[in-house]
Design a protein around this ligand. Structure first.
Ligand code: GLA
Length: 735
């Protein structure tokens, strides 16, 4: 619900449990942030704007204008006029000037939510959400700024985005455009972010917020392994179940900055948007720039509630794929099984064995095209290598289909190898600074997707492979980050547009792909999980979490990922041991139980693994079929974190009607005299009786306990013998 109190000049945005208040003050119509927090009954809150407090007098006394600007809680702060905190918007006019200041002009409130031109964004029907559009202007710069806020009626989420239009006669340059900002009075926060590296994505970091600017960011051309487009400010005492959280997540897959600044007065400015480094966008008279969307969540009920809000929004209002609420086929991917060393016979031998074990799809990974027998060459040559795939692609796919399996394929469409026919024909198609040697990563360059002919060519190559056979799944990879930013087609004063144009082109290609092949199951991937973000989720219902498939490392990676993203989106496979990244050996059963918390599949040579492991696959397949609806659609709760206790991990999913739940417990390290562990379950109905069954441990008798007891007093997980042991516990409510 969004309302406007005309007398007080206050907008009130309500979600089921939160309110967000924006006020217009003074004859200059500044737009200020008043409040974001627990839901309020009314809008009488203009007195909180501090406009009358000396020395912060706004316009009546021009003498202290700077002081006013420097502490006023601007809803969308601009730079260069006296607010010395970091702004959200900076421009450079045709004359080279940089200051700007916005005033309210008009607004409209309407049902539903508009699409954002060229960008992924959350969506909802007129019954599910409504939107406030505030138009403001800087008449000196000839700039109109549109602030868009949407609230969803079924979840505690507010989305924001910004559109800038040149309404003047001369061009100007946008040198920074963030998408969201919240100015708050308090500053006693911890800051939560997700950091990582290749094979170690999205580890949770918590640290004290101090004075000055603290940020997480990427200017790698993608969201990245290293930092994540997410930031939360949380009360010092916030836990899983209690405490305040202000969170922001960016629906974007390129450079970002997520930032908190504590000012001299102890006020906090929290902001998020496209990273300004190397960003400069020229707006001619009449042109607009649409900045991507930020999703904001406030809760006073701890991380479980924050996670629930993000999960609900993304499951219902972000992912577009026909697969979003469906069970995905259990796949077997040949990457860790064969790397580049495969041919039709090898793939068919894996498929034959896999189909008998209940695996439902074969995915042919890197190495099937051009002369790609190693990662040194071939990217861009999307033509089947018939020396490897003797008989051709269609023959292979048909044979796999005859086994009752689907077929999927790997592409890395955004890349070009220096050693490729494509590069030899079009060396200028790679992003590069003319005259300067280019930097290789994994011996490859990035294609200049700001050029339409490049996008059209690559799209056509990919699509014609997909048209040539019954291919039902694509793994879309991106194995390096951007550097040497330059396009020979952009004029000098538009080179700063390349990063963003690149991201828009990736979105455009994925939009075309999913429109031409609406039933395709698309899985995004980037050297593991370097582009696991809401922008990519809009196009693909699942994303490969990490190249680290070790079950124990995955506990942390999946914990961090599931802090924001639904379990149904996390690509997770059982792989061979010793693990190829770590050399660690874990029980096959544990690998299966950990992978069940994601999309589930295999990444090993099923013709070579030990018989006793092979025998376990049909059981794991059965568990997937038994529990995937619950895991995919249920409410997720974090019970314990191995990252914190260094001994064990535990999570739970509960069906919406609370009739069924599944608890996963993984003991990482065994200890002498290890006693049973008491864990408190969550999300059950207090007044229901649950039959508790240890699914993979026949030594424990199933018993009935009340939801009330299980949540308040707990459940005992017996002491387990050995490292890396896992237990699956099913709870079914008695009718
Ligand atoms: C990336 C992916 C892997 C695999 C390889 C192929 O690293 O994350 O799963 O597809 O590329 O080169």
């Amino acid at each position: 619900m969004i309302s406007y109190n005309e007398k007080e000049r206050i907008f009130k945005l309500d979600t089921p449990n939160t309110s967000y208040l924006i006020g217009i003050v003074d004859e200059e119509n500044f737009i200020g942030h008043i409040y974001y927090g627990k839901r309020l009954r009314d809008t009488e809150a203009a007195f909180l704007m501090r406009t009358g407090e000396p020395p912060y007098v706004p316009s009546k006394n021009n003498r202290e204008r700077c002081s006013f600007y420097d502490c006023f809680p601007f809803e969308y702060p601009t730079g260069g006029m006296g607010d010395y905190r970091e702004s959200c918007l900076t421009i450079r006019t045709a004359d080279g000037h940089t200051g700007s200041m916005l005033s309210y002009v008009s607004h409209e409130i309407f049902d539903g939510k508009p699409e954002l031109n060229g960008l992924p964004a959350t969506f909802g029907t007129e019954q599910e959400c409504n939107t406030l559009r505030i138009i403001c202007e800087d008449k000196y710069a000839g700039m109109q700024v549109e602030l868009l806020f949407s609230v969803f009626h079924d979840t505690d989420v507010i989305t924001r985005s910004v559109k800038i239009t040149n309404i003047g006669q001369k061009h100007f340059y946008l040198t920074k455009v963030y998408s969201a900002c919240i100015d708050m009075d308090n500053n006693d926060f911890d800051m939560i972010s997700l950091h990582g590296s290749w094979a170690r994505e999205r580890y949770i970091q918590r640290k004290t917020l101090g004075y000055g600017i603290q940020n997480v960011s990427s200017f790698r051309g993608q969201s990245g392994h290293q930092d994540h487009p997410f930031l939360a400010l949380v009360d010092k005492n916030t836990t899983q179940e209690h405490g305040e959280i202000y969170a922001m997540n960016f629906v974007y897959s390129g450079n970002f900055c997520a930032q908190a600044e504590v000012s001299q007065f102890g006020f906090v400015r929290m902001s998020m948007g496209i990273h300004p480094e190397n960003f400069c966008w020229k707006l001619e008279s009449g042109e607009s720039f649409q900045a991507p969307e930020v999703v904001m969540v406030y809760t006073d009920k701890g991380f479980d509630a924050m996670t629930a809000a993000f999960h609900k929004l993304y499951k219902k209002h972000l992912i577009r794929s026909v697969y979003k609420n469906k069970k995905r086929p259990i796949l077997i991917n040949n990457w860790e099984a064969t790397y580049f060393d495969f041919n039709t016979e090898k793939l068919l031998s894996i498929a034959k064995e896999a189909s008998q074990l209940g695996i439902e799809m074969l995915v042919m990974d890197d190495g099937w095209f051009g002369k790609r027998n190693s990662d040194t060459c071939g990217l861009g040559d999307w033509v089947v290598n018939e020396e490897k795939l003797n008989g051709g692609l269609k023959y292979l796919v048909d044979e796999v289909n005859k086994l009752g399996m689907k077929f999927g394929i790997w592409f890395e469409p955004e890349m070009i190898s220096p050693d490729s026919d494509l590069y030899r024909a079009h060396p200028d198609w790679a992003i590069a600074i003319p005259g300067r040697p280019s930097t290789e990563a994994r011996q490859q360059y990035v294609l200049d997707l700001s050029r339409k002919e490049v996008v059209d060519y690559i799209y056509e190559m990919v699509a014609s492979v997909l048209r040539s056979a019954n291919i039902e799944y694509v793994k879309w990879d991106m194995n390096r980050q951007l550097s040497n930013i330059g396009s020979i087609c952009l004029p000098a004063d538009r080179q700063g547009e390349l990063y963003h144009r690149y991201v828009l082109a990736v979105y455009e290609m994925q939009r075309r792909l999913t429109e031409e092949f609406p039933n395709l199951l698309l899985e995004n991937c980037s050297g593991g999980g370097a582009r696991f973000d809401p922008g990519m989720l809009y196009f693909s219902p699942q994303i490969w979490c990490s190249d680290d498939t070790d079950a124990i490392e995955r506990l942390a990676i999946q914990e961090g990922t599931s802090l924001i993203y639904p379990l149904s989106t996390m690509g997770a496979h059982v792989s061979d041991c010793p693990n190829h990244v770590l050399g660690r050996t874990t029980p096959f059963e544990t690998r299966g139980i950990v992978a069940l918390a994601g999309t589930f599949g295999y990444e090993l040579d099923v013709t070579k693994i030990a018989q006793k492991e092979k025998d376990m696959i049909p059981k794991q397949v059965a568990l997937y079929h038994q529990f995937n609806d619950l895991i995919r659609e249920g409410d997720y709760y974090r019970i314990a974190s191995y990252q914190k206790n260094h001994l064990f991990d535990c999570w739970q999913v509960v069906s919406e009607d609370k009739m069924e739940a599944l608890v996963t417990f993984v003991q990482v390290l065994s200890r002498p005299n290890y006693k049973s562990k008491r864990i408190l379950l969550k999300g059950l109905a207090e007044d229901k009786q649950y039959k508790v069954c240890f699914v993979n441990d026949e030594t424990i008798e199933s018993k009935v306990y009340s939801g009330d007891t299980l949540m308040k007093a707990g459940l005992l997980i017996p002491g387990l013998f050995g490292d890396f042991q896992a237990r699956l516990i099913q709870l079914v409510a008695e009718a």
